[in-house]
Design a protein around this ligand. Structure first.
Ligand SMILES: [Zn+2]
Length: 244
């Protein structure tokens, strides 16, 4: 049994109805969910599940063999077959969406202007980070110039589109446009369709994460500290200032 992930097609689903298909010691698996299961560097969603009698707090959601396990603290009050209504903690998720789209723009900017490759990321609602290579130094001038460059793009108000493409077509499309494709080859061959996130005509990337509809929702980026994480890689932390 698998969980249908509603966020794959619509990142703005905040409430949904579902059936409990499995009860675990620490949570439940649903037939469908709008909760984002941790993955691709983005934190798992929080929120609540209720059957009209009991109300359970979901502390995180994790991916497990085609399913999403909603982790519930203090015992699972539901049984298999129960109908529940889920509500995503939007205060947690929406910033993750803004941060995730911002990270894609930052990564594209650093690829185009500094020839850097993104080798890791961690999307959280208050502060996010991404690792870039090869990047030994990152001084104040570069910081200012990257902030200015990225913010100019975010403020263009680019529409974000999610497109599903057959595997080979997606790889060919991304390669032809000069987007980063190294990780695509590592995706198991069993995955025959890729979800491609396009940010205007500026960026495209294969990603299962959650994103905003328009870069205008992000506001502006502020780069914080950076640190060397070995092998020519540098970690860049960033925060967002909401749209004015
Ligand atoms: Zn992504």
């Amino acid at each position: 049994m698998t969980t249908r992930l509603l966020h794959m097609h619509d990142n703005y689903v905040r409430e949904f109805d579902a059936t409990v298909i499995e009860v675990r010691d620490d949570g439940v698996v649903l037939d469908q969910t709008a909760f984002y299961p941790e993955g691709g560097g983005q934190s798992g969603d929080r929120g609540t599940l209720t059957d009209g009698v009991h109300r359970a707090t979901v502390t995180t959601t994790r991916k497990e063999k085609g399913t999403a396990v909603h982790v519930i603290e203090g015992g699972v009050p539901f049984t298999t077959g129960a109908s529940v209504r889920g509500a995503v903690d939007w205060e947690w998720r929406y910033p993750c969406m803004r941060f995730h789209t911002a990270q894609h723009v930052l990564s594209r900017y650093l690829q185009l202007n500094y020839g850097l490759e993104t080798v890791g990321n961690m999307i959280k609602p208050d502060r996010s980070r991404a690792d870039y290579s090869p990047l030994e130094h990152f001084d104040e001038d570069m910081k200012r110039s990257v902030e200015e460059g990225v913010n100019e793009i975010l403020l263009r108000g680019l529409d974000v589109e999610i497109r599903f493409m057959p595997r080979e077509e997606a790889i060919a499309f991304l390669k032809e446009k000069g987007y980063q494709t190294r990780y695509l080859e590592m995706v198991p061959k069993s995955v025959s369709e890729f979800r491609v996130v396009l940010i205007g005509d500026y960026d495209a990337a294969s990603c299962a994460g959650t994103h905003v509809r328009n870069t205008r929702e992000i506001g502006t980026i502020r780069i914080g500290k950076t640190k060397n994480v070995g092998a020519g890689k540098r970690r860049i932390y960033f925060t967002l200032d909401p749209p004015r």
